[in-house]
Design a binder for this molecule. Structure first.
Ligand SMILES: [Zn+2]
Length: 472
């Protein structure tokens, strides 16, 4: 196997509190040496990457991705979804079980592992369902799912409504040391809501989705985590009240955690009223005055690319999520990458499916909202994509420890670029961020010591020179 020497980059490894200019040597799929002496240890035929001016960090992990395989391969496949992940800087993704059939048995887990090994561009970790068919009626065989290799259980896309069943799920999962992840949605409160219940749902005449629909399930999960001692991870939190509940529970030592998605801490429900309403109001906060030379992206009212589950919240929800990320209440950032075909989204707002793609824009939006605004340091942002998800799911990933898997992301936090959905590696195009000027980008994604993806423009720009010289 080949070896790779990354020279002169800024190494950021939050798990080891490392943030320094240093070389990194990868050999035989493992991290061989970090810092001084790495170059000296390199074998004669090492491939060299000049990464001066770039950040080198543990490979990013996205623990909330819908790969749609098996059963919905017109939207995405393991091949295309993991290709999009590599472009976004992710070396590992965790796929959700709401496929067709659902991932509620060991056979389907094995099928995904097999396809991922054949066709995956990055590592794929699998979650199993909490209930059979995600129907919420009977528990899935949690023990055999664990044996088959799932890293967590969740009914994502759905939410277990029966509180006693959720309690039993937590008790079983605890026996098998599996975290339970929950898509928090109380159906009796949300009913057929399609967007956040507030001023804009009234103004637009769309059915409202009250924040309480999420908050009630967060509260339920906290109480059950406390009762059972089992860990509950609340997925894609969107409401200020959810962050408040989680903060209070974590302070008391309840085994709960939460994740945030870039669309929830960038956009608000005003976006559903069209770009003019958004940029004239809630969007002002995210448009830096020095970007005035760039044209603001435009979209019409009722654009279904702004329909997701849970829906975009108000400005105070967006602010609360950012605060939660800053104070550590929310330790994990994930995309909830949810591909849908054009024909499915090109219908009236009420009828469109919920969900957007996100793997390729996720890192930039996180850097823009957290790092470039000065809310968090670079290492703290990187931790939310590496150390924190690895710890939650007990993945042997997320650090640059010597001997660890050689999963590495090289990124340029200041790189300015425009996202073009037509150039996406995903099979689907349902991103609300088409045409957005972004800041921060992955430029190389290395999985198991091999380059899974390298930004060709970066190569052309001469910043990332590779050579296969034996001269050291
Ligand atoms: Zn979900």
């Amino acid at each position: 196997m080949s070896s790779l020497l990354l020279i002169g980059g800024r190494l950021i490894d939050p798990a080891n509190r490392l943030d320094a200019l240093a070389d990194l040597l990868l050999c035989e799929g493992r991290i061989e040496a970090v810092g001084e002496g790495a170059a000296a240890k390199a074998p004669p035929l090492v491939e060299r990457l000049d990464v001066k001016g770039l950040v080198v960090c543990p490979g990013l992990i996205d623990l909330h991705v819908h790969l749609r395989e098996p059963g919905q391969v017109s939207k995405e496949t393991i091949a295309t979804g993991t290709a999009a992940a590599a472009r976004g800087g992710f070396t590992s993704v965790v796929c959700m079980p709401n496929t067709s059939p659902a991932i509620d048995n060991a056979g389907t887990v094995a099928l995904i592992h097999e396809r991922a090994a054949e066709q995956g561009v990055v590592n794929v970790f699998v979650t199993g369902a909490i209930t059979n068919g995600l129907a919420g009626e009977e528990l899935a065989p949690i023990g055999s799912l664990k044996k088959a290799g799932v890293v967590a259980i969740t009914d994502d896309g759905h939410c277990v409504q029966n509180n006693d069943m959720m309690r039993r799920a937590l008790e079983y999962a605890k026996m098998f040391e599996l975290p339970v992840m929950d898509h928090c949605q109380d159906y009796s409160v949300v009913t057929d809501g399609v967007m956040h219940e507030g001023y804009w749902s009234t103004a637009l005449g769309l059915r409202g989705w009250p924040s309480a629909g999420e908050e009630m399930m967060v509260a339920r999960n906290i109480l059950l985590a406390e009762t059972t001692g089992g860990h509950v991870h609340c997925q894609h939190l969107s409401a200020a009240g959810s962050v408040r509940l989680l903060r209070e529970a974590k302070k008391r030592g309840v085994p709960v955690s939460g994740e945030a998605c870039p669309h929830h801490f960038t956009l608000t429900d005003a976006a559903v009223a069209g770009s003019e309403k958004f940029w004239g109001g809630d969007g002002k906060a995210i448009w830096a005055p020095d970007s005035s030379r760039t044209q603001r992206p435009a979209w019409p009212a009722y654009d279904t690319h702004f329909k997701m589950n849970p829906p975009l919240g108000s400005t105070s929800d967006r602010e609360a999520i950012l605060e939660g990320l800053v104070d550590g209440t929310l330790q994990i950032i994930a995309s909830d990458h949810a591909p849908h075909s054009n024909y499915e989204k090109e219908v009236e707002f009420d009828y469109a499916p919920f969900g957007i793609t996100g793997l390729e824009t996720e890192l930039a939006l996180a850097l823009m909202q957290l790092y470039h605004t000065g809310r968090l340091g670079l290492s703290e942002v990187v931790a939310k994509f590496t150390q924190a998800p690895a710890r939650l799911l007990r993945l042997p990933k997320g650090t640059l420890n010597v001997g660890a898997d050689a999963d590495v992301t090289v990124l340029d936090p200041d790189r300015e670029w425009v996202f073009d959905k037509a150039a996406s590696a995903s099979k689907s195009r349902n991103s609300p961020f088409h045409g957005w000027p972004l800041r921060g980008k992955a430029v190389a994604t290395i999985v198991g010591g091999k380059k899974a993806w390298v930004d060709q423009t970066q190569m052309a720009g001469g910043l990332l020179l590779t050579s296969n010289t034996g001269i050291t």
